[in-house]
Design a binder for this molecule. Sequence first.
Ligand code: WTA
Length: 665
Amino acid sequence: MENINNDLELMQTIFKPNRALSKQSRIKNICEYEDLCLDAEEDYEAYWGNLAREKISWIEPFKQVLDESKAPFYQWFVGGKLNVCYQCVDRHIQKRKNKVAIIFEGEMGDYKVYTYRRLYREVNQTANLLKNRFGIKKGDRVIIYMPMIPESAIMMLACARIGAIHSVVFGGFSPEALRDRINDTQAKLVITADGAFRRGRPYMLKPAVDKALEDNQCPSVEKVLIVIRNNEPIEYIRGRDYVYNEIVTLESSQCEPEPMDAEDPLFLLYTSGSTGKPKGVQHSSAGYILWAQMTMEWVFDVKESDNYWCTADIGWITGHTYIVYGPLAIGATTIMYEGTPTYPNHSRWWEMIEEYRVNQFYTSPTAIRMLHADAPDEPDNYDLSSLRILGTVGEPIDPSAWKWFYEKIGRGKCSVVDTWWQTETGGHMISPLPGATPMKPGCATLPLPGIQAEILDEEGNKKDVGEPGLLCITKPWPSMIRGVWGNPQRYAEGYFSQVKSKDGKPIYFSGDAAFYDERGYITIIGRTDDVINVSGHRIGTAEVESAIAKHKDIAESAIVSTLDPITGESLFAFVVTTPNTSCDLKQHMSLLPELNALIREEIGPIAKINNILYVPGLPKTRSGKIMRRLLRNIARGEPIKQDTSTLENPNIVKEIIAIAQGKNA
Ligand code: WTA
């Protein structure tokens, strides 16, 4: 109870930005923030056009800022030509040749430093390798299934240089998940590593690629390029597999950057939606890089001499925008760490902040909660005084975790930026600005200048203070998703059909619910759809249900989310077994380990059921839709408020509640 009261009190508390920090920030106070918002409101196209002209090194200038004629298929900076790799690497060579671009630290303590000059050379050689050896051309898709090593960033940049569209697949995904993504993109080349290190041990990636490709299950793939990282033995297939480290040095370090159209896709990144298989979110070149850059400047306020560290994995959008593209586009020093925060112990991150004099530290609420719970006073043993800005992303942060982060890590002097955004938005949408916005624990606060975020109902009416509603973006923005790869309908219907527009212009619905406070601050509640956020990872219930449907004893299942003190949410399964189920569930072992093994195989270790309930049936509407909200209430032990009398099988609810209570008793 005391905790809840503390949280409630904290949620009402406003923390002013540190004055010294405000003075040196790009946006110094809330009036400057409001001025920028007004600029955008007065002339939206001029606002974005000016930023794009100023920030991007164009090969050819654009002719039109925004083309809405085929909305929601928007085009930004029409007619402009650029190269994102040039923007991230070449243009720094004059001024920042010997500046450090990437600091890499391996989990075992090894490290590597790339200056911009070294990065330039290796990216050029890699680009030549992809072009000359593997015949990769503009528009070809390349899968990058890699660990957290600098070569991953080099591969992404090399693709951008020659106009190939990369799709990074998180190294924790299973061979099946990898195969789906390869086949959806029709990639010609898969880039991987032998493996890497995690929790002090080698783990392997190449065998997963072999498994994904076996029996010609990915016919589009011609070659596999392997970076040697942990030197564990792997199998090679002659004529298909090549070792990067052996052949890249033979290539020239000059490769002309391909002039790309502003709207040419830069990358695809797969993410879970509410139905079906993960979708390939397509991002553009110019709009994406512009916003990556602006948010690095405004939200992280990175200065020339700063050391910036984001702990995400490059397999997620946060790694794309805030480890690779954003920091390099502004010529910053970005830190990349291979492993886990707890190896060899809970002070690894604090030790690294001290050692590298980190100025911005960007991480997830789950990691904060875990380090807070396991070793709350450990940060006291380190000099963390270099820190100015702390960031969180991916899930709501509870006020007590926020407070620990602010006080223990930031020593009460740093700004905490709780950044709300999505794979689809490309970059931050709602966040405090470090020197300007008074902070409120657990609250993402205000939309960034130029971003028209609003909380609406389904009819498009704005919600009042305190009322939960649908979090929407009502005007297109440069870094927005451009499409779902190979499925334009899923893009148009999936994002623009839920909320009615007053003026006929499509409204983007994020899938999240949120509410305003009296200041107009936005607090994110969470997803309204069938996506579950576990440790900041999006997991589609449909994917998990279809994985466990492969078990012979499962007739039907519904996965819902329940709350977890560390991971935020976790998976709760309601399962109906087949009549002739081979094991008697009351007396024998639970099916849980077998189901989790199936999920691991189909998706990967990031998805795991924590709770299971065997039920005789699932509550459904007359049209056959499972009432997930109701099941979620039961899983969380919440009262049921919905009317259940119109269900296909109203009695089932009582039965399920009785089973749930029996289990908890
Ligand atoms: C959630 C991650 C609360 C949200 C960048 C969103 C957040 C989903 C926050 C996107 C935040 C992200 N507070 N919830 N600051 N940031 N989310 O695509 O539900 O992996 O829709 O992108 O994470 O997850 P994604």
